[in-house]
Design a binder for this molecule. Structure first.
Ligand code: GLU
Length: 567
């Protein structure tokens, strides 16, 4: 009797196409496996070093989930003295948009997620395992697609896409699991003669994996995040290579690349979880050890007060990583927010380690959000950002705000550049040394609303202030402003200034404070806050600003007088 192994070998051998047919399937010279091994030797890294990667398909915008996965991958690599690299997975020519690569590179750069290898912001690639764009690695994939065919582990399929579509529809109708597998895999057991006949006719073909799997069997998979899982074996004869384009499909490409690029840990979206059995089968067919996989649940947001849903590329502007750059969010704020989504003890660490570089925080797989996707709370993110800005010096806000404004708000940039000291003085109100520094700037785009009014050209663009904003009759406003201008001395201390404001109010029937007014409202027209509001609105067009006395001091007598006269 034959052993099981002998039977298996015989089975495989019966599928092996003769060399001259394989040569027709893969015409032309190809480097052999040894050459590739020499070109991409194993990495020399310390024990325990992780090699991680981001493998985006450049098909549109960079999703915040991509930033999240990159950040985690990068941190794991670097906290273990490993390597984080960027590989552009563009083998789907129909869907690839080369310009997206730039968006991906820019996003990683913006969020300070350094890549050790792959495309860089200068437009040059670095690293010894390149090229790092799959479409430029065609020969590598061809060597191994051919090898699989030579070994009978893959085969050519001449079905048209129409045919496979009809097959799927028929299977659905018959209540059968759809797909190109088992007895429905028409070209799986074709004879060399049948293959040659199609080749002679010039029929287009693809290369499919000859799956050994049985859907009824389970494969045990240990996922770094989801734990021990049992998934059905793959039994689909997946398309793995498309000779017409000379390129593989994603599944084969990433297996070959993760092997030769020495990836140890793959962290990616959990939409790939169901493909793991296929990926493991491909690694086995090629005789390679697979990396460890960790599948991240997608970032979610609240749809309304009670319902969560996946953050959507189409519906949610905050899913777009570029938005954070365009709006001038502080990359460190977004990074810290994402670190906290990844490991919720980050927040405590941050409290105990004020001022420390967040790279000193150690991420762990154990504390990563598992099955539930982390929840993005944009308001909280904004608060984290405001908190960080509130501790920055005015000169830093000026410098960083200006870099942003030069790209996204020319008008503001011009004014800031023309008046650096004035801008810094404006920014400094209620900041350095203030007991409670103001928290009105969460992103550089807030600068326009928060300090724009200091500049006459921006202030002049504002819509005329509406009557309701003042809450005081025009006659009274005029009397108040005139009285103020008569006694206004720009060198007054805050106390002197406030005394004058109260005095003006008193004479015109306004209480000294909110308390006095509340006690006897019938006695007054209002209180000193209403008086100050008139100045505030005339000077800034807003009812909420930092300390008014300081605003006036920074604006200077001429500007204050001019604006107040517009009463
Ligand atoms: N190219 C795949 C994507 O963009 C990446 C999958 C992976 O990381 O293995 O979703």
């Amino acid at each position: 009797m034959k052993t099981i192994n002998e039977t298996m070998n015989q089975k495989q051998e019966s599928h092996i196409l003769p060399e001259h047919v394989v040569t027709k399937l893969f015409p032309g010279e190809l480097p052999d496996e040894e050459e590739w091994k020499e070109k991409y030797p194993p990495r020399k890294l310390p024990e325990g070093a992780m090699v991680t990667r981001l493998g985006p398909s450049p098909t549109g915008l960079m999703h915040l989930g991509g930033v999240y996965a990159s950040l985690i991958s990068e941190r794991f690599a670097h906290q273990t003295n490993g390597v984080f690299y960027l590989r552009i997975e563009d083998t789907d020519e129909a869907r690839s948009q080369p310009e997206t690569t730039e968006v991906i590179v820019k996003s990683l750069y913006f969020f300070n997620i350094p890549v050790d290898e792959g495309m860089t912001i200068s437009g040059e690639e670095k690293g010894d395992y390149g090229p790092y764009t799959q479409s430029a690695r065609a020969k590598l994939y061809q060597t191994f697609a051919k090898k699989l065919v030579e070994q009978g582990k893959a085969y050519p399929c001449f079905c048209t896409s129409e045919e496979t579509k009809t097959l799927g529809e028929q299977q659905m109708k018959d209540g059968i699991r759809p797909g190109y597998y088992g007895k429905w895999a028409k070209w799986r057991d074709a004879s060399p003669e049948e293959v040659e006949a199609e080749l002679a006719k010039g029929t287009p073909y693809v290369i499919r994996l000859r799956s050994d799997g049985n859907f009824e069997n389970k494969v045990k998979v240990h996922d770094l995040l989801k734990g021990d899982l049992e998934l059905s074996e793959n039994d689909i004869d997946k398309k793995i290579f498309v000779p017409a384009t000379g390129l593989p499909r994603y599944h084969l490409a990433h297996v070959i690349d993760d092997h030769f690029m020495g990836t140890t840990h793959v962290l990616r979206g959990d939409e790939w979880l169901s493909s793991v059995p296929l990926h493991l089968e491909l690694f086995e067919a090629l005789g390679w050890k697979p990396p460890e996989y960790g599948h991240l649940a997608p970032i979610q947001k609240m749809e309304d007060a009670s319902k969560k849903r996946k953050l959507s590329k189409r519906k949610d502007p905050e899913a777009n990583a570029m938005l954070y750059q365009e709006e001038g969010f502080l990359p460190e704020a977004v990074v810290e927010y994402l670190l906290n989504l990844a490991n919720s003890d980050f927040e405590d660490w941050r409290k105990e380690n004020q001022g420390k570089d967040n790279r000193e925080f150690h991420l762990t797989f154990e504390r990563l959000s598992r099955s539930n996707g982390p929840l993005l709370d944009f308001v909280k993110l904004n608060d984290v950002s405001k908190e960080i800005v509130s501790h920055l010096q005015a000169s830093e806000i000026y410098d960083r705000g200006l870099v942003w404004a030069k790209q996204y708000n020319q008008k503001l940039a011009e004014e800031m550049e023309r008046n650096p000291d004035y801008t810094k003085d404006a920014l400094n109100i209620e900041r350095e040394g203030a007991p409670r520094p103001r928290k009105d700037i969460g992103a550089w785009s807030d600068l326009y609303a928060e300090i724009g009014y200091f500049f006459d050209s921006i202030f002049g663009e504002k819509e005329p202030v509406s009557e309701e904003l003042f809450g005081t009759a025009k006659d009274d406003r005029e009397s108040i402003v005139n009285a103020f201008l008569e006694t206004y001395n720009e060198n007054d201390t805050k106390d002197e200034w406030f005394e004058k404001v109260k005095d003006i109010g008193r004479k015109l029937g306004y209480a000294d404070g909110a308390k006095a007014y509340k006690l006897e409202p019938e006695k007054y027209k209002g209180q000193v806050g209403d008086v100050a509001k008139i100045f505030r609105v005339l000077l800034t067009g807003k009812t909420n600003t930092p300390d008014l006395h300081s605003v006036m001091k920074v604006m200077g007598k001429e500007r204050v007088t001019q604006r107040l006269k517009m009463v």
